[in-house]
Structure formats: C-alpha cells, structure tokens
Write a protein that binds this ligand. Sequence first.
Ligand SMILES: Nc1ncnc2c1ncn2[C@@H]1O[C@H](COP(=O)(O)OP(=O)(O)OP(=O)(O)O)[C@@H](O)[C@H]1O
Length: 330
Amino acid sequence: MNEAVVAAGVSKRYGETVALDGVDLSVADGEVFGLIGPNGAGKTTLVRALTGTTPVDGEITVRGAAPTAVDADRIGLLPQSFSPPARLTARELIDYYGGLYETARSTEEVLAAVGLTDAADSWYETLSGGQQRRVCVGIALVNDPDLLFLDEPTTGIDPAGRQSLWSLLEELADGGTTIVLTSHSMTEVQRLADRVGLLQDGRLVAVGTPTELIEAHGGDSRLVIDTDQPEAAVNALREADFAATASHTTVVVTGVSPVEIGDAAAALSTAGIDYGSLTWAEPSLEDVYLQLTGEQFAGGERLDTGGVPAGTTTEPNAVTPTAEPQEGAE
Ligand SMILES: Nc1ncnc2c1ncn2[C@@H]1O[C@H](COP(=O)(O)OP(=O)(O)OP(=O)(O)O)[C@@H](O)[C@H]1O
C-alpha cells in the first residue's frame, strides 16, 4: 500500500497556543480520511500543514516529497474560508481557475458536478451561501487533482446539495482520488471516510475505520423513549429486566436488540404508560465523538447512557425517526 501523505511528529504553535502537538498520520493512496474534532482542535492547521500552506515542525511528505514541492496540478485544496472575486460569475470563476493549471476539467463539467449549471451566470456575490460554497468546491476540483484536501466542504450547503456533493466525492474516491476532509458533520464523515482521525487539543487521540471507532468507543445500541411519565416508564422497563434510565421526558434503554423492541413496548403498554415516540438507534460516530471529547449537545444534556440528548432521535438507524438527526458536533 502506497502512502499518499505521511506526517510524523508534526507540531505547530501560534505564540502561546499549541495548535498541533506531535501529530503522526498516514493516509494511503486512494483513501478517504476524515478529520474530526471540536472547534480549535487543530483540523485546519493540520490541513494547512499537509498542503504546505503553513510551516510546521516535524516531517511531512506528500507522495514522497515535501508538501511545498508537490506539483500544483496534482493537489486540490478547498480552504475553510475562501472568497473569490464577488463580481465574477460562477462560470467565469471556474473558467479562470481552470486556466491556471496545465490541464483542467471542462468548466461545464465542473459546474454540473457541483450542481451549478442553472446558476452559472450569476455573480458570486448574488449566490446563496451554499451556492457560493459549491463554487469553491468546483474551484478545488477544476484541476482534476489526484489528492484532494477539503476543509469543511459542505458547510452551509442544503441537505439535497450535501447528498449530491457526497455522491460526487464518492465517485471521485471510486476513481482513485485520495481525499482528506475535515467536517463537523458526523453523518458526512461516517458516510464518506474509510478512516477517521479525531483531533483534540492538537493531538490525534483516535484513528480507525468508523466501524472500529464505533466498536471501541460508541457504546451500546439503545432505545430512546419520549414520554411524560419517565419515572413510571423506567420502573416498568426495569421490572421487565431492561436497563433503563430517565432524564426529563426521555427514557433511554441500553443494550436492546431490535427483536426486544416489542417486549419493551409491551412492558410500557402493560403498565399503562403513554409515550410519544420510541426510537431504536445503533451507536454512531457521533457517539464516538461525544464519548471521546466529553462534549455535550447544544442545549441538550449528556446522559451517562451514551450521550443521547433529551427529546431527540439519534442518527442514523432510527426505526421510527421522529426528528431530523441532530448533529451534536455542529
Ligand atoms: N493564524 C492563527 N493565529 C493564531 N492562532 C491561530 C491561527 N490559526 C489557528 N490558530 C489557533 O490554533 C488552534 C487550532 O485552530 P484550527 O483552526 O486549526 O482549529 P480547527 O480544529 O480547524 O477549528 P474549527 O473547527 O473551529 O475550524 C486554535 O486555538 C486557533 O485559535
């Protein structure tokens, strides 16, 4: 297996702030690697380091060379913040940036790939935030790079746009493009990444496939019950040998297999307990994130049963979804 990117002992300080603290990382050719972590964890700094756009201590090689030495034609970079000229249209911008490379994809192909064909002749300034982000993604793709760095590619893009961008990235990955992406969307990372690295305080604290990380840190599957009678529900469930705990109007039952859902519902019905919804969820990357960072959902309460917030449905395998998945890390 060839390594596309190797980092060893990479550190970066901004004055007193330690942005990266001895990061070791390797990304294989053709791999999609997702970087996750709280605000300020060092994700953007690491992307900058790997692309040679900020000097760091330690060793980095990209395709065997120093990051600054890699041919610009081979690398695509979508920075977290990027503001192209406001009075140029989407088409003009893609065309312009394509012209800077020796070979580039056709402008129309890129516009179609990022879903901007219809808005191609609008000035960048008049596009919505999500459409502007699509232009920036198009610019990062225009040189048809074989190594793509995307710093929060889908921020601000609507759900349908996200789905189509994910499909586009999957196509690129299937075609052999190596992708390093950062994201606060655990759904995005779980869907796209072959391996995931969790950065915290400048350190890479966990690396593995989503499955490996979920097995190691995701906790049990669970049943989440929305009810106005949480204490009575917990008693009824415990009498039926379920491990149930309550918080506000949410009851969480851990270690429930799908075939036991009916038994749990029957225990509630027998005790005469009303419930608004009953949702079964497998542990997800979001649980891993919450477990390892100790973070809480905004406005929610972290439960000792695995981080399910009061009154919400966890992603992604809800049997009876009652709400849009809440991405606690966003
Ligand atoms: N140019 C800079 N000057 C000073 N400090 C910086 C600079 N860039 C980043 N930092 C600091 O370095 C740390 C890591 O920042 P970085 O932007 O890499 O985090 P991040 O994980 O990408 O965060 P976010 O999720 O908010 O984008 C933070 O404490 C940040 O304030």
